[in-house]
Design a protein around this ligand. Structure first.
Ligand SMILES: [Zn+2]
Ligand SMILES: [Zn+2]
Length: 380
């Protein structure tokens, strides 16, 4: 009886099934066929790429980092543009999207609560979760986004979502096609292909970014860091960092890592359109990396059959404590040094003394890091 009830799948959401399959089939068959028979103009290809970036960044910088996580604040014009891009991306209203996403973070990997739990497999977390009434009971429950309900821009988009979807998805390609004199080409590329690619790139955040990659910050959930997934998802592929520090406006913390969403937010702040960009303190991040390395090393050591295992574990812990001590001293010195360089009244002699101390601690920490790395790599 129980087995029978478990095998009954919830009702299909036909609207979603049709939208995903029709757009997919047109993009898969119509686009190459038209390319072969007529060919696309460069201007249409460029317009489709720009439209794709508009959709993706509205989701990543707007729906995700601004609204779901309150990682920064944005000007009303920026918020308005995000709501248009979000409707163009056909990913539900910002209010609904963020409600789902907050549940995802709060109950990550809990199969019955996380709306797109990666533990239910690739298909489910990628697209399957949207094809059936899996969570109909909480479809109109917006308690976890009550803060967003105070923003008139969000409520305006929520109320007119369907109209905005139709206006942007037909209006923008038709308008561009009318200007360039190639309506069919524009509908296929700026309309259909852009939408399908945009959908699946975002969907990779819920599927691939929870399945493929490394876990430098935490292994308490399935979220992974993967530079290739970051390339596909406008920076969201540094998902292990994101789940560990969800309030940070960055997903990639190194300058050379691909995170155009972070670059957009930073640029907006430089021209006064965004403010209060939240950043997790460097020391906290460094500590969580070290803690995760300790965890992994200890885990591997416990699996090994070594006569002096206890001793090795104790020495790893000792080295770890030493590293944390060195970190505290270095980051404190860094803080003091930054503070004192801002103070005009402090004598230059004192400044150079602190600078010397800071450099010395930096060197010591780097040496401590090297010795820690070589120790843990022996047991990795
Ligand atoms: Zn998130
Ligand atoms: Zn996630």
């Amino acid at each position: 009886m129980q087995l029978q009830s478990m095998s009954i799948k919830p009702k299909l959401i036909w609207l979603n099934v049709l939208v995903f399959s029709i757009t997919f089939v047109v993009a898969l068959i119509g686009v190459p066929l038209y390319a072969y028979l007529e060919g696309f103009e460069t201007s249409t290809i460029i317009a489709a790429i720009i439209a794709l970036c508009f959709c993706e960044l509205s989701i990543t910088a707007g729906y995700h980092r601004l609204w779901s996580h309150k990682a920064y604040q944005a000007n009303i014009v920026v918020r308005f543009i995000y709501t248009i891009g979000g409707a163009f991306a056909v990913q539900n209203s910002a209010l609904h999207w963020c409600s789902d996403h907050r549940v995802h973070h709060h109950h990550v990997d809990e199969n019955d609560i996380d709306p797109y739990s990666a533990k239910r497999g690739f298909w489910y977390s990628h697209i399957g979760w949207m094809l059936r009434e899996y969570q109909a009971h909480r479809y109109h429950d917006y308690k976890n986004v009550s803060d967003m309900q105070r923003d008139p821009v969000i409520m305006w988009q929520h109320k007119h979502y369907l109209t905005l979807v139709l206006l942007t998805n037909f209006g923008i390609p038709l308008l561009f096609g009318a200007i360039t004199g190639n309506i069919i080409g524009s509908l296929l590329l700026v309309g259909f292909l852009r939408l399908v690619v945009s959908h699946h790139l975002t969907f990779c955040i819920n599927s691939l970014a929870h399945m493929w990659g490394k876990q430098p910050y935490s292994d308490k959930n399935t979220a992974k860091d993967n530079p290739l997934v970051a390339l596909l998802t406008f920076g969201e592929g540094y998902h292990n960092f994101h789940h560990a520090f969800q309030w940070d406006y960055r997903n990639a913390i190194k300058w050379w890592q691909f995170d155009p969403t972070k670059w957009l937010i930073k640029s907006l702040s430089l021209i006064g359109l965004a403010k209060n960009l939240k950043k997790i303190p460097e020391e906290k991040i460094a500590r969580s990396i070290a803690a995760q390395q300790l965890n992994k090393t200890q885990g591997s050591l416990l699996k090994l059959t070594l006569p002096n295992k206890e001793e090795i574990i104790a020495s790893v812990h000792k080295e770890y404590e030493q590293l944390l001590k060195q970190m505290s001293e270095f980051y404190q010195a860094k803080k003091d040094w930054i503070e004192i360089t801002k103070n005009q009244l402090v004598e230059n002699v004192e400044k150079s003394q602190l600078s010397q101390q800071y450099k010395e601690l930096k060197k010591q920490l780097s040496e401590q890091q090297k010795s820690w790395q070589s120790l843990i790599h022996q047991y990795a």
